[in-house]
Design a protein around this ligand. Structure first.
Ligand code: FAD
Length: 428
């Protein structure tokens, strides 16, 4: 019997399986391994750092088609071309990424079960073949196929397309249309992208209809492209701990609207968090409550951030005022800088969950009075030190000066700005 069953060998499942197998757990990775359709996906610098932290940089490098040098934007009223300099996102081949991450999981010791799982229950998975896989802990990483996701934004469908890139430099493009938007990436002679719309727009279209609809976007990039099969793409989420003993990770917990992007970053980050929770359940059962609270808090933060990212992209779009663009409600703007005048920190000392050393434990921390956010530390500052340093009211500059005496001075102003962004600095 495996200690841990990971259902789904996409980016989230493979990352979690590799992390846990490296820690010595007996891990089974179950996936029917259907062919992965060609697709280019972008990974920003934050995702590259995260992959390196998780020991997955070599797997990533096997999938790199190029580093995007620029993005052509037809989003705001004026078209623009932005150069990324040296910090461009990686453009990854999705089939190569799958293959490389699976190799990393198997090299770490995870075993493959080439099974399609029809039903997950605490401790067991019923497979289409009739087999039953049994494990102490299950990570559900089946992506949107896990089902049970509730919409957090308007429904969206993405029509993938591909063609030959006529450009030499790896690049990307983003264009707002009246009934949706278009994203494409070109690298290593390939051009791939998606046209996103409300699902009703695509309903009832056959392959020829979809091909015609893509061309009708009017964007020159689509002129010689072939379309694929539409896939759901709206922002949606599910409780990561709805079923006892099962932890949802990746798209199975939070599937992002591609306009907010960063699906891969979330897949890797939630894999690390889900793996740490599974390790805690098995090796530190007394801390099970800390693991569960940690996952719930992170999930809430991630959902809020994903909604804000989607809403911000809609708000920035200044070319069309159509129903598609008005469907996503704006989220309240977060303060971008600390408020003026004398402030106080609206937070109290609390026991909070902390992820460290591959598992989760209770630690001394603080809880923000505004929305219950719990922090063990902020940047280099432990929460207890922050609470002590900011116990007396002061201006934002005075707070930064006090923090600068505690640790690296360059981290002080960003920490104060982050507290303001979290709404934790209120008039004294
Ligand atoms: C068209 C499109 C373009 C995108 N572009 C980008 C991009 O440029 N950048 C970015 O960061 N993100 C992008 N994303 C999002 C990104 O692909 C996902 O967020 C990411 O792949 C999620 O990883 P995952 O492992 O959670 O799920 P998935 O990648 O969906 O993997 C799920 C795995 O589970 C397996 N599975 C499914 N059902 C079962 C079952 N019943 N039993 C066993 N196994 C099963 C599947 O075979 C698959 O291997 C895009 C998404 C789409 C749809």
């Amino acid at each position: 019997m495996a200690e841990i069953l990971v259902a789904g060998a996409g980016p989230a499942g493979c990352a979690a399986a590799a992390i846990l197998a490296r820690q010595g757990f007996r891990v089974t990775l179950a996936d029917p391994c259907p062919p992965v359709p060609p697709r280019i996906e972008s990974l920003p610098a934050a995702g590259q750092r995260l992959a390196a932290e998780l020991g997955l940089a070599p797997a990533l490098s096997d999938a790199i088609l190029g580093t995007a040098e620029r993005i052509e934007l037809a989003w705001r009223p004026d078209s623009e071309i932005r150069s990324f300099g040296h910090a461009g996102p990686l453009l990854l081949s999705r089939p190569r990424l799958h293959a490389a991450l699976r190799r990393a999981a198997f090299a770490a010791g995870a075993e493959l079960a080439a099974e399609r799982i029809d039903r997950l229950e605490p401790g067991r998975a019923a497979c289409r073949s009739g087999a039953v896989l049994v494990a102490a802990v299950i990570l559900d990483a089946r992506g949107r196929a896990a089902g049970g996701l509730a919409p957090l934004g308007p429904p969206r469908a993405a029509l993938p397309f591909r063609g030959n890139a006529r450009r030499e430099q790896p690049s990307m493009g983003l264009a707002a249309l009246a009934d949706g938007w278009l994203w494409w990436a070109a690298a290593a002679g390939e051009l791939q992208g998606l046209r996103v719309a409300a699902p009703g727009t695509l309903a009832g279209m056959d392959a020829a209809g979809r091909q015609g609809w893509l061309r009708a976007s009017g964007h020159p990039i689509t002129e010689t492209c072939e379309t694929g099969t539409p896939v759901p793409a709206g922002l949606a989420a599910a409780d990561p701990l709805a079923v006892p003993g099962i932890i949802r990770i990746g798209d199975a917990a939070l599937a992002r609207d591609p306009v907010g992007a960063h699906g891969l970053v979330h897949a890797l980050r939630s894999a690390a968090q889900g793996a740490a929770a599974a390790a805690t359940w098995l090796r530190h059962p007394a801390e099970r409550g800390a693991a569960e609270q940690f996952l719930r808090l992170r999930h809430r933060t991630d959902c809020t951030a994903a909604r804000a990212a989607t809403a911000a992209s809609h708000a920035e779009q200044g070319r069309h005022r159509t129903a598609f663009w008005q469907e996503m409600p704006a989220t309240p703007a977060l303060p971008s800088s600390p408020p003026p005048g004398r402030l106080r920190l609206a937070a109290v000392a609390a026991q909070v969950p902390l992820m460290a050393g591959g598992h989760i434990q209770w630690a001394r921390g603080m809880e923000l009075r505004t929305d219950g956010t719990q922090l063990a530390r902020l940047g280099p500052y432990p929460a207890a030190a922050l609470l002590a340093a900011l116990a007396q009211p002061g201006t934002a500059d005075e707070f930064a000066a006090r923090l600068a005496r505690l640790g690296p001075s360059q981290a002080a102003a960003p920490a104060v700005a982050e507290l303001a962004r979290l709404g934790a600095l209120v008039p004294a």
